[in-house]
Write a protein that binds this ligand. Structure first.
Ligand SMILES: [Zn+2]
Length: 260
């Protein structure tokens, strides 16, 4: 093949978001790259290849790719694919596999087609590394989902009253309209239920690092509330119900026994 027909050779690194192997073992993958736009790729004969590990086309794997870029195409042919990290520890056991599938499906559905998503890439990569190195903690899911909402521009780090603009740390009580994540301070409206604890926790997640929170004493009730709240906020943004969601909560009930 001449260069003009195969396109210009480019390199990238990214996380496999979706994958299917068809026919003679050709794989089609969708990648969230460290740089540039989300894109789809075709890898010929992945099943038969000795140099291309099948784990490289597994959702959640971090891979490097050399591919032929052709302007106007929506799927690019891959010359070489290399597995950088499979996150074996994170994916260990049934619950680990389900959790990683859920994270990847969640982020994949969250991304708008096309555009560049460096923040979401960094967040997902950090989450996979964390699970791989230090395992799951109950704070993981609400923390991850709140950060994802922030990365997508749906949450601000400075939460305030939607009526008078008063900052959260000046409030003693507040109500929370969950669907719009709208906060109203106790002076503007007497809350039926004071949600200041939950709203403070949301703000803490947005402003702090995971390592500062993961070993903290946080009540499971608060974590459960924050998890439900983040699910509610994400739902209209995903466009479809996640296949792995019910599976995840089923598994968590048994294995982790804490979030639900
Ligand atoms: Zn107010």
């Amino acid at each position: 093949m001449s260069n003009s027909s195969s396109g210009s050779l480019k390199k990238n690194t990214g996380i496999v978001m979706e994958s299917r192997v068809v026919g003679e073992g050709d794989a089609f993958i969708r990648i969230l790259p460290s740089e540039g736009e989300v894109a789809s790729f075709k890898i010929k004969g992945i099943k038969k290849s000795k140099t291309r590990p099948i784990a490289a086309v597994e959702p959640g794997s971090l891979v490097s790719i050399d591919y032929y870029y052709v302007q106007g195409k929506d799927t690019f042919n891959v010359k070489e694919i290399g597995l950088i990290q499979r996150f074996d520890q994170a994916k260990q056991g049934y619950s680990g596999t389900v959790l990683v599938s859920y994270l990847v499906e969640l982020v994949s559905s969250f991304l708008t087609q096309g555009g560049a998503h460096p923040q979401e890439y960094k967040l997902l990569l950090a989450a996979l590394k964390e699970l791989d190195q230090d395992g799951f903690r109950p704070v993981f899911l609400p923390f991850f989902k709140l950060k994802l909402l922030y990365a997508g521009g749906f949450l601000s780090k400075e939460l305030q009253c939607s009526i008078c603009g008063k900052a959260l740390d000046e409030m003693h009580s507040c109500s929370l309209e969950e669907d719009q994540l709208e906060i109203v301070c106790g002076e503007c409206k007497t809350p039926q239920k004071n949600r200041i604890g939950l709203v403070r926790f949301v703000e803490t997640c947005l402003n702090r690092r995971y390592r500062d929170l993961k070993d903290g004493q946080i009540s499971l009730e608060l974590l459960r509330d924050a998890d439900r709240l983040s699910n509610k906020a994400l739902k209209p943004l995903l466009g479809k119900k996640l296949k792995s969601e019910s599976l995840l909560y089923e598994v968590m009930g048994e294995k982790f026994g804490q979030i639900l």
